[in-house]
Write a protein that binds this ligand. Structure first.
Ligand code: CP
Length: 295
């Protein structure tokens, strides 16, 4: 089927095709209307504002109906598993499902068992492919290309599915990706950067929320320690004038990003959110149309 769980097998061409379609939706050069004949179910087993509701808006813009599953009043409270919940929505005849779940690779034992396309809205600290694609659209709109751009991903790398997905796909696209964090939250697979002294050489600085809810009990890092990696107004002044600031949000104002930096002229944070709608339109369309990429 045409599910999207991660970007591991996506080529540069796949990325550019998706982003070009998203841009065509954004510029209203492409209009698709399913006339309420397709149903997209949003199944979020973890809190979400942006991913959930931008998928919902995207589906509506494509003329689809949506079902917004509420875990708290569902039969999961009677012990029904995630797999049986997904099989149930398939039996109900939905055309695609968006699933967010706290378990890494919640889908890994489902191969060939679910025929309905599933779009991964985030799995634990594993993958967040639709966030990466909207990040890439934001970068492409600003710079016009990916090759050679220097990106520094900062903060809670260990628990960030956004960082993990971006690290891999950005390197595949020819970007030079660096990580900057306290040693305890660093991950392998990217070059280590010095947050403050390397910042002036970066084209993109991508901040991450400290996911305190995922920290183990012993990981009670003092806020003053974490704030060594906070992007302040003074640090923004050391950045290249054309460099951009990104954050998947939600953000902890005052912890990883200064309040006044969130909406400064170099910040693309709210553009990322807007782009999420158009990328998700492209991804839903790819999943439910007859011509999408076959996985
Ligand atoms: N960026 C992101 O995934 O935000 P939500 O958790 O609000 O969906």
């Amino acid at each position: 089927n045409k599910s999207l769980f991660n970007l591991d097998d996506w080529t540069k061409e796949d990325v550019n095709q998706c982003l070009n379609e998203a841009l065509a939706f954004k510029k209203a050069e492409k209009i698709v209307n399913y006339h309420q004949e397709k149903v997209v179910a949003n199944l979020f087993f973890e809190p979400s504002t942006r991913t959930h509701y931008s998928f919902d808006v995207a589906a509506h813009k494509l003329g689809c109906k949506t079902l917004n599953f509420n875990e708290k009043v569902s039969s999961t409270k009677k012990g029904e598993s995630l797999y049986d919940t997904i099989k149930t929505f398939e039996a109900l005849g939905v055309d695609a499902m968006v699933v967010r779940h706290p378990e890494n690779e919640y889908y890994k034992t489902w191969e060939n068992k679910i025929k309905t396309p599933i779009l991964n809205g985030g799995d634990g600290s594993g993958n967040h492919p639709t966030q990466s694609l909207l990040d890439l659209l934001t970068i492409k709109e600003h710079f016009g290309h990916f090759e050679g751009l220097k990106v520094m991903i900062v903060g809670d790398l260990k628990y960030s599915r956004v960082a993990k997905t971006n690290m891999k796909i950005m390197q595949k696209l020819g970007m030079e990706v660096f990580g900057a964090s306290i040693d305890e939250l660093y991950v392998n697979g990217i070059k280590k950067a010095n947050f403050k002294t390397d910042l002036p050489h970066m084209d993109v600085v991508m901040l991450l929320r400290y996911q305190f809810e995922r920290f183990a009990e012993q990981e009670n890092y003092h806020l003053d320690y974490l704030k060594n990696y906070k992007l302040t107004k003074a640090l923004v002044e050391t950045m290249k004038p054309n460099a951009i600031i990104m954050h998947p949000a939600p953000f902890n104002r005052g912890i990883e990003i200064d309040d006044e930096v969130v909406e400064c002229s170099q910040s693309k944070i709210f553009d990322q959110m807007s782009n999420g709608v158009f990328v998700r339109m492209a991804l839903i369309n790819r999943a439910i149309s007859d011509q999408g990429k076959q996985n």
